[in-house]
Design a binder for this molecule. Structure first.
Ligand code: GA4
Length: 359
């Protein structure tokens, strides 16, 4: 068994691995050399044990990501006053340092966009790329198309691995025409350039945000600047891709102990997070992972996350196959709209799914 640690280590396996754990991070090769059955079991295992894995050989061509990164860099290089035209995030749009509506903050600026509503993206693009808005919306739509496909592939593998009567149960939620999926582009500037975020009146936070001891008592990396604080993603599944700058950390369980594990940067991989809704849909079999970003002082990090979500009216309740006499329903049914309302009323680090737990 691999024990993830803050200094990633690879331990000898006593039993043959179902997926590799390079640097303490479970890795799944999606090219299915060992057959679809084995692959679906690996994906389920990673999501059940860690709620997180690095997907390699995923088959997503590099073009859409390169074009999106170039468009994002052009936008983030604009003067603060020009970027503010695409904000404030309410909840979508350009945001700077402030996260959500309840006082959370991080050392970053970001764009939050609809990932299933080209008209809304086209509207926002007018403020993001004033010269040629369709240039921006085209690259976003191309990228989210690729992400939706990859998310469906992973969700179908999960459906198969869990033995669902309809293995497409999860992916159907995100391919629905009303799916509420999002795209987030985060830019974590270097410590030297962080002051550039302050030039506009809507973006004033004098001191940088530093790590504090976390609720679970795990000591964060000394003196780290909190890029994005500890949280779980509320949606079904998140697909994260970043440049070659480290910063992402995940809270993994090793022999009953929770440990923050540094995720080594890998530009060619996608990092897959189980979200709160997938935990609820699987009656806690798959676990939504807590994660955070500690910003590097010397190199800027650019990351893009696709959050696969159901329609607002979707009713979230554990699938019948995940309920047994020994494992009764853990969560009361709720709609995604209800869950969103709750999440926006709480702080980033809140374990919000617990509020829906049946006592
Ligand atoms: C965390 C995951 C996504 O980035 C996000 C975030 C959202 C926001 O930035 O507006 C939230 C956060 C996230 C969960 C709790 C609330 C809402 C900030 C916050 C304090 C876009 C999302 O969907 O939920």
């Amino acid at each position: 068994m691999v024990v993830p640690s803050t200094t990633p280590v690879v331990r000898q396996q006593t039993t043959p691995p179902q997926s590799s754990h390079a640097g303490g991070i479970p890795t799944v090769d999606l090219s299915a050399h060992g057959g679809r059955g084995a692959l679906s079991r690996q994906v389920v295992r990673a999501c059940a044990e860690h709620g997180f894995f690095r997907a390699v050989n995923h088959g997503v061509p590099p073009g859409p990501a390169a074009r999106l990164d170039a468009a994002a860099r052009t936008f983030f290089a604009l003067a603060p006053r020009d970027k503010q035209r695409a904000g404030p995030p309410s909840p979508l749009g350009y945001g700077c340092r402030s996260i959500g509506f309840n006082g959370d903050a991080g050392e970053l600026e970001y764009l939050l966009l609809h990932a299933n509503n080209p008209a809304a993206v086209a509207h926002r693009a007018r403020a993001i790329d004033a010269e040629e808005p369709s240039r921006f919306s085209n690259v976003v739509n191309e990228y989210v198309g690729a992400m939706r496909q990859l998310a469906c592939e992973i969700l179908d593998l999960l459906g198969e691995g869990l033995g669902l009567e309809d293995p497409r149960s999860f992916s159907k939620l995100i391919t629905d025409t009303d799916s509420d999926s999002l795209l987030r582009i985060n830019h974590y500037p270097t410590a030297c350039n962080a002051h550039n975020l302050d030039h506009d009146s809507q973006c004033k936070m004098k001191s940088s945000v530093r790590t504090k001891t976390t609720s679970n008592g795990v000591k964060p990396s000394a003196g780290g600047r909190v890029g994005f604080g500890e949280h779980s993603d509320p949606q079904i599944l998140s697909l994260l891709r970043a440049n070659d700058v480290d910063g992402l950390q995940v809270l993994l369980n090793a022999d009953g102990k929770e440990v923050w594990v540094q995720v080594p940067a890998d530009q060619s991989a996608f990092f897959v997070n189980v979200g709160d809704l997938l935990q609820a849909l699987t009656n806690g079999k798959l676990v939504s992972v807590r994660h955070r970003v500690i910003a590097s002082s010397s190199r800027a990090r650019l990351s893009t996350i696709y959050f696969a979500a159901p329609p607002l009216h979707a009713r979230i309740l554990a699938l019948a196959e995940t309920i047994t006499a020994n494992a009764p329903s853990q969560y009361r049914p709720f709609t995604w709209a209800e869950y969103k309302k709750t999440m926006y009323s709480l702080r980033l680090s809140h374990s919000r799914l617990n509020l829906f737990h049946i006592d």
